[in-house]
Design a protein around this ligand. Sequence first.
Ligand code: G6Q
Length: 548
Amino acid sequence: MSNFELKNTPTWQNLEKHYIEEIQNVHLRDLFKDESRFNEFSVYDNNIGITFDYSKNIINSKTFKLLIDFAKAAKINEYTKKMFSGEKINWTEKRAVLHTALRNRSNNPIYVDGKDVMPQINAVLSKMEKFTNDLRSGKRSGFTGKKITDVVNIGIGGSDLGPKMVCEALKHYSDTINVYFVSNIDEADIDETLKKLNPETTLFIVASKTFTTLETVTNALTARQWIGERFTDNAVANHFVALSTNIKKVKEFGISENNVFEFWDFVGGRYSLWSAIGLSICCYVGFEKFKELLEGAYYIDQHFLNTPYEKNIPIIMAVLGFWYNNFFNASTYAVLPYSQYLHRFTAYLQQGDMESNGKIINFENNRVDYKTGPIIWGEPGTNGQHSFYQLIHQGTRFIPCDFIGFVNPVKKISDHHEKLMANFFAQTEALAFGLTKEQVVENLKKTGLSQEDIKVLTNHKIFEGNRPTNSILINNLTPKTLGALIALYEHKIFSQGIMWRINSFDQWGVELGKVLANIILSELKNESENSHDSSTKNLIKIFNANKK
Ligand code: G6Q
């Protein structure tokens, strides 16, 4: 099939016709006249305690059926099996995609190139467990014998965002060790971190799949110098470990093999928090909690693999996102966690989603003629409510949102949590149903305003509503439910990649900037004449002329 026309397939055509003829003028107010709507469009998973309510979406039973037909025609399930069984579905890099193997709690063999990968995964997990226990108990100490109290993860992108998000989310479970994350090559990042630390009690985790990333290697060298200046180079063994697939480069850096936690090229950077890249999480909350995180993800893996499309949460999330992206012309998608602990969740997801599905070339190596991955953005509620929600409610753009909330707070303090969640429920209701002209006028009359003032204000106070949302309501924020939540989004992203017929697992778009930066770096250092466009050339000239 060299010229696959996705938009001409019957399942796409059916959706388009249905959208134009039956949906584009429908309002959620009308759809909710059907009292059974919540039951029809929600999934509750009792084992993990997650309610996924998608009833506040602009769909009816027919839409849902047509969306599921589309997903079936895309053969999501077939590709899912390929992914889980180690087939090289990342075809541009000729790699298997096996973050699911990292949390394969069944331990059933998974083969890549004829070799079962589970023994090596289990061996690294055991090594992580021992290291974590020794570090947290003080058995493994710093160069001068003092207990390690602070761990600094040096990494960027996939080697930073996942562990950082999880550590923030599980902060409540932390005890004897503090974690810090240094990612930016801007010296301010490492400098401000080191200022707070004592070299005797600090461990650096250098997290880099390739161990060639400029930012990470530069920060790691600065950290090594910081340790070397205070002790001798022999202290490196006590104060540095590495997480990498590139053992050779790690050794060249001066970290010995027994201080390396390995992972493999079948683990994509943005899917790597389940691998050795999760070591900072283990140090922070203990290995048992890390295992619970893996268990939560494994639970969703099984749900994704074995649940019919109609009740499969990641697939439903995927088709709804697709519905808005490709038929309602939505360019962005907001993810709004009502939990301070999840304050890095959307930033994490920005990479997970946008680096995976920000692609333009399809399975047949042709340019697509439809939109693929949306812009993902958001902040924790209620902070967002006091800033950008205005635009979601009353702006001219159409922005579907996911609301993520918890039934119970991690720690109850007076009525904070009820107040937080009252906002959660109020927002999705307001977005769906808005306020009609009649309601606005009636409300204004009650305030005793003059006819004239009511006339001026009325239009400004109307909320059109019909803004779709999903509500993901989880009973408790635990390592297990967090693992499940992350896996739900991972599989949503995967399913959408299949529906759009793109490779969600490469990232060639990140490469060009890296190459150009290296060329320019040499020019900045040599102050040599450069041969760029007139803008870049002059900016570099000004930089070189003014630097001290
Ligand atoms: C993720 C990307 C990217 C990567 C970083 C860090 O999927 O590939 O964000 O994680 O560029 O790479 P290293 O781990 O190799 O340093």
